[in-house]
Design a protein around this ligand. Structure first.
Ligand SMILES: Cc1ncc(COP(=O)(O)O)c(C=O)c1O
Length: 359
């Protein structure tokens, strides 16, 4: 006999509501979503208008909106349109390409990093070759380069997530040029728009020079459009063709329209950057007030050393309504990643943190 049914019969009417109540007890309400890396500043006014306008035409697929966006990106980045590949958020391109490349060898990547596309590849059978960051939390480029021969691809993220650290652009350039002779190098530039000099920090110039480097960008972070799912790669035409052959579905009309309306909008980007920098400063101040170390970040998040085992501390914060992320990294057993979030959420964090540290 099924236990639920037996329980009901044996326990009688009084037992049933108790069981139901225990099973459906809601988790503690999260009041501060600091586990995310989105930009609550949100899309530019032009992007909002374009997305809203696109709803009129949502009965129809949006193929016709792809070429204008590809051309706008190509023009702005100084590449030919066949070097631009659109995707449903950069995660799609990162996942599909790294999985595809992994057929010829392992994926070499730093740890910690944005592992989501790589663990996707692992679920499809890829082997991952994690290279720990150095003692000063930097991606260990010489160690990655030493593993590039025989690799399926090499993945780096700049600025890295979760550390928020940018690599020295000259060192990264030299690394990409050397490593891409052995295997394709994927450079994830999800947050590059808020770096001090986006052009110098981007590896797009290497793609233009013909190197086998795949630069991934997104409208999800600084452009504030994570829910609209638009990203792109800049890469050699054969890599773009590979991506197109791997993507099974079309893109959404509101996202394409919004992306076209805001790409390269300098006024909007300056506002978003100022907002995100302000949020980072708030997190630094909260850390200092609580005597916690942190890494100065170039992303939409700050990596913080709580001094406490991070998984347990994450749970403690969750019971107090604050959500943060922890990462697999032998070097960082006490570190959490705190997203820039909104000022109201950071205020909750400021109130809760001293209590959580006292547990
Ligand atoms: C470093 C990095 N790359 C890529 C992504 C994927 O973003 P999307 O698929 O929304 O473009 C994220 C999202 O968190 C990220 O942190």
């Amino acid at each position: 006999m099924d236990t639920t049914r037996r329980g009901l019969l044996i326990g009688g009417a009084a037992l049933a509501p108790t069981l139901v109540a225990a099973e459906t007890l809601p988790p503690p309400a999260i009041r501060a979503h600091l586990g995310v890396t989105e930009n609550p500043y949100g899309p530019s006014p032009a992007a909002r208008r374009a997305a809203a306008g696109a709803l009129e035409k949502t009965p129809y697929y949006a193929w016709s909106l792809e070429p204008p966006l590809v051309e706008a990106i190509a023009r702005r980045e100084g590449v030919s349109p066949d070097m631009v590949g659109l995707c449903n958020g950069s995660l799609e391109a990162l996942s599909l390409l790294s999985t595809h490349f992994s057929k010829t060898g392992p994926i070499v990547a730093p740890q910690p990093t944005y592992a989501t596309p790589l663990t996707y590849a692992e679920r499809q059978g890829a082997k991952l070759d994690w290279i720990p960051v150095t003692g000063d939390h930097q991606i260990d480029l010489p160690a990655l380069a030493a593993r590039a021969r025989g690799a399926g691809c090499v993945y780096v993220c700049n600025p890295n997530n979760p550390t928020g650290l940018l690599m020295d652009p000259d060192a990264l350039r030299a690394f990409c040029m050397a490593a891409s002779k052995q295997a394709p190098v994927i450079v994830d530039e999800a947050y590059v728009e808020i770096s001090p000099d986006p052009v110098r920090h981007s590896m797009i110039d290497l793609v233009k020079a013909g190197h086998d480097v795949v630069v991934a960008r997104t409208f999800s972070k600084v452009y504030g459009m994570a829910g609209l799912r638009v990203g792109f790669i800049i890469a050699r035409p054969e890599r773009v063709r590979q991506l197109k052959s791997l993507i099974p579905t079309h893109k959404g009309r509101p996202g394409l329209a919004a992306a076209l309306a805001c790409y390269g909008d300098a006024t909007y980007l300056a506002g978003a950057k100022a907002y995100l920098e302000g949020c980072r400063e708030t997190i630094y101040a909260i850390c200092k007030a609580n005597g916690l170390g942190y890494l100065p970040s170039f992303g939409t998040y700050v990596f913080v050393d709580t001094g406490k085992p991070n998984l347990a501390f994450q749970k403690t914060l969750a019971t107090m309504g604050v959500e943060v992320r922890v990462f697999d990294s032998a070097r960082h057993p006490t570190w959490i990643r705190v997203g820039t979030a909104s000022p109201a959420e950071l205020e909750v964090f400021a109130q809760v943190l001293p209590r959580a540290l006292a547990v």
